[in-house]
Design a protein around this ligand. Structure first.
Ligand code: NAD
Length: 479
């Protein structure tokens, strides 16, 4: 265990990151820029008249947060209940193209003793009617990926803040347009990146920022989840939307759950930035092989050809010379992992290291450890537990899916809006974390050649600022 207090340790380690992050910790909005002299200019776009940065822009104070939900399938229906139990939050409207799903969610909320939300449904434009309501402050979008950009943009244009399931969009132009629209409408658009609020992920972030790993040099994350049975199920993903993506495109569709926590630990957009990405893909074997063995020949999937590689890997360089490896594989037999590993000049953390997915991780940091032997992570997780988990960990365990991190994300989002604070994850983070989707397409099409990562912050990435490593704050009392 560390034998000196964390803050002193960070001071002792020194270095630009430690110094700047401490400056941010005592309230300096913009610490000294870290851009290195002579670094190549980042590919970016000019801000148009009427647009201003959304960096460090707090939410207006909302006495209560009134949520409108679009998409009430597996994810949206569960998350609707999650929003409804956060103190000071009410679900006022729900929408699904399938009216019966709006009715079902409204019924369930009413049966739980919550106010009955208004229902919208029946067409793929029903959500636009919902957006006209003036009792919706935050729109939560949990539809298939192909609808996120249009629905997110329309919600911003309707004057709402928006939290969008992964990804916020799948094309570079769309990502830029969401950044521009957020800057123009002065409304926040946030990726609903629940894993960034995972307990181990947040402890890893704190350890990184407090210098435990020394100079962080590399990190690995990903989304490795055997979804084959669900992808071929006729009752899980509506109209098999997720399987169909594997017939259309060769890309890293969904690396954000593993990439975002690594990016946060490396201060991406907050002192560093991703500069270049190169992608590799293995052959698409998993889905066809599964179909051959388990799916009857009469099933509609037999008309499909799967083109996306099973394992798509993105290697991403950062301006400060670090390397991120982000992986995506949902079509191979394997136990679940988001990898979640961070390493530097003084040590390494590896999550998902044991036989059980919930093994709790392992660590090796100097000077605490020596002899080339891993140590359990548990004591470090306790010492570096994020204030959010200390405060609401028990409620999260009672209320939230995915080990409680869904509730932590929802509680924190509502708190930020009710207290009028700056979001932990902003539109620039959201765009940067989703950019590997189109960039991997581009790199794979060019035989794995490196492609430049755009700078959505338009140069502001050089400034250190707080994000998920937020300061402790209270949820305003409910009147
Ligand atoms: N963050 C996480 O941990 C997590 C977990 C699961 C899913 N997700 C994400 O949530 C989203 C939804 O996934 P899912 O598993 O719930 O899929 P799903 O198929 O179960 O649900 C999608 C719902 O959207 C509805 N819909 C489709 N088009 C619509 C439109 N134009 N207007 C309104 N409703 C429409 C469908 O009728 C369906 O009810 C995806 O983006 C997925 O990646 C995130």
């Amino acid at each position: 265990m560390p034998d000196i207090p964390a803050v002193s340790r960070r001071l002792l380690l020194g270095g630009a990151l430690a110094t700047g992050a401490l400056a941010a910790g005592v309230g300096t909005a913009h610490a000294a820029p870290l851009a290195q002299a002579g670094a190549a200019p980042a590919p970016t776009r000019r801000r148009r008249p009427g647009q201003k940065s959304m960096i460090d822009v707090p939410f207006d104070v909302h006495k209560t947060v009134r949520v409108g939900v679009i998409g009430l399938g597996q994810r949206g229906s569960g998350m609707s209940e999650g929003w409804s139990v956060v103190p000071g939050c009410t679900v006022t409207a729900v929408c699904d193209i399938r009216e019966d799903r709006a009715r079902r969610t409204a019924d369930r909320l009413a049966a739980n003793g919550k106010p009955r939300p208004a229902e919208y449904g029946g067409s793929d434009a029903s959500y636009a009617q919902m957006l006209r309501r003036d009792d919706v402050d935050l729109v939560y979008i949990a539809t298939p990926w192909e609808f996120h950009y249009r629905q997110g943009k329309d919600a911003l244009l309707a004057g709402k803040h928006v939290i969008v399931e992964l990804p916020i969009a799948t094309e570079l132009d769309e990502l830029w347009d969401l950044v521009d629209t957020s800057e123009r409408t002065r409304r926040h658009l946030i990726l609903s990146e629940n894993c960034s609020y995972g307990r181990n992920e947040l402890a890893m972030l704190k350890m990184s920022h407090e210098g435990l790993f020394g100079d962080v040099t590399n990190g690995h994350g990903g989304y490795l989840h055997d979804l084959r049975a669900l992808l071929f199920s006729d009752t899980y993903y509506t109209d098999a939307w997720r399987r169909l993506w594997h017939t259309r495109s060769t890309a890293s569709f969904y690396p954000m759950h593993g990439l975002a926590p690594i990016a946060a630990a490396m201060d991406i957009n907050r002192g560093d930035r991703m500069t270049v990405l190169r992608a590799t893909a293995t052959e698409p074997k998993g889905l066809a092989d599964y179909r051959e063995r388990f799916i009857p020949k009469s099933h509609p999937s037999w008309k499909e050809t799967y083109v996306n590689g099973d394992l798509v890997t993105c290697l991403i360089d950062t301006d400060r010379g670090r390397v991120i490896r982000a992986e995506h594989d949902v079509s191979s037999p394997r136990p679940y992992s988001r990898i979640n590993s961070l390493a530097g000049s003084r040590g390494i953390f590896e999550d998902y290291a044991g036989v059980m997915a919930t093994s709790g991780g392992r660590i090796y940091v100097e000077p605490d450890h020596s002899g080339h032997a891993w140590k359990p992570f548990d004591t470090y997780r306790k010492e570096f537990d994020h204030w959010l988990w200390k405060k609401i960990g028990d409620d999260a365990a009672d209320n939230g899916g995915h080990g409680g991190m869904d509730y932590v994300l929802q509680w924190r989002t509502v708190q930020l809006m009710r207290a009028g604070l700056v979001p932990d994850i902003d539109v620039y983070d959201s765009a940067a974390w989703c950019a590997p989707i189109p960039l991997s397409v581009k790199s794979l099409a060019a035989g794995g050649r490196p492609v430049e990562v755009p700078d959505f912050t338009r140069g502001s990435w050089v400034n250190l600022r707080l994000g998920l490593d937020s300061r402790t704050s209270e949820m305003p009392p409910v009147a």
